[in-house]
Design a protein around this ligand. Sequence first.
Ligand code: PEP
Ligand code: MG
Length: 325
Amino acid sequence: RQAQYAALRTRPSVTKDGVHIELHLNAGLLVDLPHVSETGAAGIGLFRTELQFMIASAFPRISEQLKLYRAVLDAAGEKPVTFRTLDIGGDKVLPYMRTVEEENPALGWRAIRLGLDRPGLLRSQLRALLRAGAGRDLRIMFPMVAAVEEFDRARAIVERELTHLRKHGHGLPEKVYVGAMVEVPSLLFQLDEILSRADFLSVGSNDLVQFLYAADRSNVRVADRFDPLSPPALRAFRMVAEAGQRHGKPVTLCGELASRPLEAVALAALGYRALSVSPASIGPVKAMMLELDVSAARKVLLPLLEDKTGTADPRAALAAFAKAS
Ligand code: PEP
Ligand code: MG
């Protein structure tokens, strides 16, 4: 199997009916970087910047952050990297940061909320990212955006930092793309608003599914209780893909969901053309994409999303479809 996947490394990820499905990988530390060339990934679709903070014993200085971000961009070469700004709080705690005890940390003071309330922290991270991106394209995305006004405020900080760097004679990125993660259900109902502002969206299915079903992703009793291949979740994923197409803006999905081949088939059928997966999943997902007829998969899946009886079983239908093809 491993050898078989390794042989796919340089094969373009194109389905049988000629649809290009870009496969990017999820990363977060220096040790992940060799995977980019080893797997033949199209890029890094999610770089979790909080990991550097989580393994440190104090806030990493701007210079340390800059060093990591530069190394990441160097390792990726011409391939795009999407940096997610600090996503701490919730299940990701920094031992050296004082916070107050929260009754519901997943719903609490975390990610972009913390970033906007502690702008010094977000500003220094953005400064490090913008400096690391000097002379190249830079992609930044904000986690846990629940309201478009949060995105506006975060983007304004990016603009301010750009102005600051320009004034001080630093080299700037060629182009800065700023995107939002779709992982809070409220954003599903502001898709036109967010898409008129953001350069791209990336669905964080781990959190989106957690919040959609109100089922704690880290609680084994409930984490796998609801199937992300059942109609409610699939309809949510479809809404984002279709809104992206309407606005002509790229939409990817970077949760663990896309790392499973059958789930990746469903996402391709819903209109996703870029997925970001764990490094070990690039091979298996690519093998599946090479065997896939997307338009046939759409014909199987889309009617099930119109089901009003509550008995549709997209997982079973897709599994039968995958087996037959
Ligand atoms: C997600 O929520 O799907 C996601 C990619 O972010 P994380 O798993 O880091 O919360
Ligand atoms: Mg998340």
